[in-house]
Structure formats: structure tokens, C-alpha cells
Write a protein that binds this ligand. Structure first.
Ligand code: SF4
Ligand code: SF4
Length: 343
């Protein structure tokens, strides 16, 4: 038990330090030195995926990125000291990232959606009060959540989107909020108002003609000084269909170890290792038994904390891995956003 707790603390210490040095401090420098609100990750992706950028712009982006990361290194001793005290000595729980599904409705039907939206014949919205209760139970058991990701389906379809956003904005334990959208819908005035918060960041996918409102939304976001990042037809990785692979225990162990998609995802009050596990179970492809019920729980905050940490750093393959190609050689790049009806 003690050994396990030390392992969790070490993992949290490393991830909190890395995030501070690679994102929080560089983003702060970019925001205040260059007025750039979109952050260092957006810069990195724009360099990686937009090779056609004009040279001048490319050089400027590179300069800002290197400058902000370089400045960040200066803060290394302070960052190490801060998290050593908080996490290693005081035992505070700093979780890096958790996703919350608001709805299984989506405005697109991508045939390779890794979150399995293409399999929902009867999509549904999740009750907002239960989402807030679940988040409250989670936050009562931890000290800090670096990033809360709101997603669907398409979160902008969700009727109580603003209510959830307001809850996240007001809760000081949530340090940043990322919203994943496919850019099909125009952002309403009410949404824009709720998005005007320093800790919010929109992650918008651009699937060309299908993402009709991307350029309009980008213009509004720029004008309103809301941080966003537009994924410009970045390739996806194929996780395969929902047939059982019948892998051996050793193969599943190796796959789980290599998998980079353990996003820790909440669906219908339960915290799962990844969206494949949550949605695959919800769609009854299999019955995933590795999860933490954050809604119907009688555990007190200390007991729940232990369960959350155990799930968060779970190190054995789960049921869902045998219905998934992530972490294997089968998981290859594919074009993004191809629709079910397309040949
Ligand atoms: S837009 Fe996103 S959530 Fe919707 S089907 Fe496509 S990949 Fe899945
Ligand atoms: S099912 Fe397993 S391999 Fe697939 S994303 Fe989840 S943890 Fe990774």
C-alpha cells in the first residue's frame, strides 16, 4: 500500500513538473510577452502539420516557441520545489487530465471515430446535474485537476453546455478546461460569453468542407481573445473495429503498456481508463469491469481518492484492449474525419 502510494506520488510529481515546464509557464510567457493566447502546443502542432506555412511565419512561430520554452527552464528549481513540497511531502493529489462525456450526439458520423460515436443508433444527452455531482465528488477527493476535457460526441450540441462550463470556470481545483469540437456549429453569443475565461481552451478540428463554421468560429474566437487551437486535417490513428481480437495475456500486456490513449474518461458517472472502455461497455460490446463509480458511491472522500488513484495509474490490460488496436502495429495513420456514407 505504502509502496503503491509512493509510486502514484512520483507519477504525479513528474507529470505536474512536466506540464508546468512544457505548457503552463511557456503559455504564460507567450500570453504576456507576445499576446499569443493559443499556447505552445498549438505552435508545435502548426509547425508539425502545416508544412506549407510561409517561411517568415514559420520562423516567427519557431522563435516564440523556443523563447518561451527556454524561459521556462529558468523556473525549473521553483517548479521542482513547489511540487516536491505539495505532492511528495504533503501528499496532495494532482491529477493531470480527465475527460467528461456530455453527450453521445454528434453532428458528424466519422467511420473511424475512436470514441465509437458511429455505433450509437440512439444517442443521448447526459443529465447536467449528474455530471456536476460526479465532478463535485471527484474534486472533493483530489486537490487539483490540471485539465478537464469536455467532449461528446459534439459538446456544442449539448443543451446544458454553458451550465457545465460555468461550473468548471468557478471551481478553483480545475486549472484548465479544454473543449473538443468539430467546428460544424456556429458558436452562439451565450457560448462566447461563457468561453471568455482564461482557463478555457477550444480544440477545434477542421475536417475541410464538413467543418463548415471553422473559419467563422476562428474569427470570432480571435476577436474575443479566446484561446483556441485548430487541428488542420491532422491524421488519425486507426484503432480498428469492434470485433474481439482474442489476443494472449502477454500480447494484451504489451499492448496496454504501449498504448498512448489512456485518457481517463467519465461516462454516465463512471470513471474509466479510456473512451474505448467507457463507450464499448455502454454499447454492450463487452462489460468493462475496471472503473470507479463516482455517482452511486457510499465511499467517503479518502476512500474515493484511493479508488481514483488506483484507476488512474492502473497498470494491467483491461477488457476493452481486446477490442482495440491502440498500442499495436495495427494502429496506423489514416485520413481524419471520413464519414460513414463515403466510399
Ligand atoms: S466529429 Fe469527433 S466525436 Fe463526432 S463522430 Fe467524428 S470523431 Fe467522433
Ligand atoms: S482499450 Fe486498451 S489499448 Fe485501447 S485505448 Fe483503451 S487502454 Fe488503450
Amino acid at each position: 500500500m505504502r509502496k503503491r502510494r509512493l509510486k502514484y506520488q512520483y507519477n504525479m510529481f513528474i507529470s505536474a513538473t512536466k506540464r508546468s515546464l512544457l505548457y503552463h509557464i511557456p503559455n504564460f510567457i507567450l500570453r504576456y510577452a507576445f499576446g499569443d493566447r493559443n499556447g505552445v502546443y498549438a505552435m508545435y502542432e502548426s509547425i508539425k502539420y502545416r508544412n506549407s506555412r510561409a517561411n517568415a511565419e514559420y520562423v516567427t512561430v519557431m522563435f516564440k516557441m523556443i523563447f518561451s520554452l527556454g524561459c521556462s527552464v529558468v523556473f525549473l528549481p521553483f517548479v521542482l520545489l513547489k511540487y516536491a513540497v505539495l505532492i511528495l511531502f504533503l501528499g496532495k493529489v494532482y491529477l493531470p487530465r480527465i475527460e467528461v462525456v456530455l453527450t453521445t450526439y454528434c453532428s458528424l458520423k466519422c467511420k473511424d471515430c475512436s470514441n465509437l460515436m458511429q455505433y450509437y443508433d440512439k444517442p443521448y444527452h447526459i443529465n447536467a446535474d449528474s455530471i456536476i455531482q460526479v465532478l463535485q465528488n471527484l474534486l472533493n477527493s483530489i486537490d487539483s485537476l490540471t485539465q478537464l476535457v469536455l467532449l461528446g460526441g459534439e459538446p456544442l450540441i449539448y443543451p446544458d453546455f454553458v451550465k457545465i462550463l460555468e461550473f468548471a470556470n468557478e471551481n478553483s481545483k480545475i486549472k484548465s478546461v479544454c473543449i473538443k469540437t468539430n467546428g460544424v456549429f456556429k458558436l452562439s453569443d451565450e457560448m462566447i460569453k461563457a468561453l471568455k475565461c482564461k482557463k478555457i481552451h477550444l480544440d477545434m478540428s477542421d475536417y475541410g468542407a464538413r467543418s463548415e463554421m471553422v473559419s467563422d468560429n476562428c474569427q470570432v474566437l480571435k476577436k474575443e481573445k479566446i484561446a483556441f487551437f485548430c487541428q488542420d486535417r491532422k491524421p488519425w490513428f486507426d484503432m480498428g473495429d469492434m470485433t474481439k481480437r482474442n489476443r494472449t495475456k502477454a500480447q494484451l500486456g504489451a499492448q496496454y503498456k504501449k498504448c498512448n490513449y489512456k485518457c481517463r474518461c467519465i461516462l454516465n458517472g463512471k470513471l474509466y481508463i479510456c473512451p474505448r472502455a467507457s463507450h464499448g461497455s455502454d454499447l454492450k460490446f463487452f462489460k468493462e469491469n475496471i472503473y470507479v463509480d463516482l455517482l452511486n458511491t457510499t465511499a467517503n472522500s479518502e476512500e474515493l481518492k484511493e479508488k481514483i488513484l488506483l484507476l488512474y495509474y492502473y497498470d494491467k490490460p483491461i477488457q476493452a484492449c481486446d477490442w482495440c488496436d491502440a498500442g499495436t502495429d495495427m494502429c496506423r495513420p489514416i485520413p481524419c474525419g471520413e464519414q460513414m456514407t463515403e466510399k
